[in-house]
Ligand binder design. Structure first.
Ligand code: NAP
Length: 336
């Protein structure tokens, strides 16, 4: 395994099918992405396609499109594998499926332990879902620390955190997270959390960089903004004679985080990577895009809610603090 510090490329490639793309389509897209120069691939056990993607990594290296060392491959432990020993077992399964000897960056996918059925409705509540507790989170993090200590992964990282949760767990981490993977697109720029992560030495990967235009209907709400339809973004795209998607990616690159767009279409795959060599925006253009932020979180996380939670905002510490929940039979209430 390479010992040097990981330097993230300016743009990576997503691998989540969003209920729209089957595993083989995602794997075929990964091959197109490798051939066209992408080197970072954002995988996860819950995406259910690591086996097919592993076949692609094997054939791409055999064909000489890249070496293993050229690639930065992430994976993530899912919410139903937080118990003692389960993180390590999950990592080993991802290694087998992806056909790798090590993962470059291994993420704790969400800070909540829970289980829900694939395709369940957004208002369903699993009795196995629990709120966030820092002491439980740290027990999971210790397993990730063990993986790094034992050479299974180059770096360990977190995803879908808030500043309030970071404040509770970072002082207890023996190994600090290398990165935070978080939702970032023009209508949701999380500028305060981005600053917090940087101030604490974390790299940033931005997911849904195009506003995930093809996500399932069950994950959309009437007031969600479509980033590629924002007038300021369309107008800047006209100036540069490109698709608004290119503007979203270029904006992310200029902000200095690594966006991880997915596409199944070779023309879009190439266009998205080429965004990194677009001319820089003027200050006025940058300000106009930044002004598109309306706090539009797309991945709200409804299905992770526990019995007793009011709505998805309970996951995100909206008033800046982690509420303390207490269990009351099969339900939960906020401690008074
Ligand atoms: N850590 C987490 O909890 C988390 C959560 C969500 C997502 N993620 C990661 O983030 C990645 C990206 O998110 P995402 O896939 O939901 O959303 P996205 O990358 O914002 O959007 C992908 C969609 O945009 C379309 N698209 C791509 N390039 C385009 C272009 N140039 N012009 C027009 N349309 C374009 C694609 O359709 P075509 O196929 O037609 O191009 C695809 O359906 C995921 O794949 C996953 O790896 C992580």
């Amino acid at each position: 395994m390479i010992k040097e510090k990981i330097i993230l490329p300016k743009i990576g490639f997503g691998t989540f099918g969003n209920d729209k793309y089957d595993s083989q389509t995602i794997a075929d897209s990964v091959l197109l992405a490798i051939k066209n120069g992408y080197r970072l691939f954002d995988c996860a056990s819950v995406y259910g396609n690591e086996k097919q993607i592993g076949e692609v990594f094997k054939s791409a290296t055999q064909a000489g499109y890249c070496t293993r060392e050229d690639l930065i491959i992430t994976s993530k432990v899912w919410n139903d594998k937080h118990d003692d020993g389960e993180v390590i077992a999950s990592l080993k399964k991802s290694l087998t499926d992806l056909g790798l000897e090590y993962i470059d960056i291994y993420f704790l996918h969400w800070p909540f332990p829970n289980f829900h059925d694939i395709g369940c409705s957004v208002d369903s509540r699993s009795i196995d879902s629990r709120p966030f507790f820092a002491d439980e989170f740290i027990k999971v993090w210790r397993q990730l620390e063990w993986l790094k200590d034992n050479g299974y992964v180059r770096e360990i990282a977190m995803s879908n955190m808030t500043e309030a949760k970071f404040e509770q767990v970072l002082p207890q981490c023996r190994i600090m997270p290398y990165a935070h993977e978080m939702e970032l697109h023009p209508s949701f720029n999380q500028s305060q959390l981005v600053k917090y992560c940087r101030d604490h030495g974390m790299e940033i990967l931005g997911y849904c960089p195009l506003g995930s235009p093809n996500r399932p209907t069950r994950d959309t709400t009437a007031d969600d903004v479509v980033d590629t339809s924002i007038p300021a973004i369309i107008s800047i795209a006209e100036t540069y004679s490109c698709h608004p998607a290119t503007i979203c990616i270029n904006w992310a690159v200029q902000n200095g985080w690594t966006p991880i767009p997915f596409s199944s279409n070779e023309r879009n795959i190439i266009c998205n990577l080429n965004a990194q060599s677009s001319p820089p925006f003027t200050d006025a253009e940058m300000n106009a895009i930044n002004a598109s932020d309306v706090g539009c979180r797309l991945v709200k996380g409804h299905i992770f809610l526990w019995n007793g939670a009011t709505d998805w905002r309970d996951l995100w510490d909206m008033d800046g603090k982690v509420e303390e929940w207490v269990q009351d039979g099969e339900s939960w209430t906020i401690k008074k």
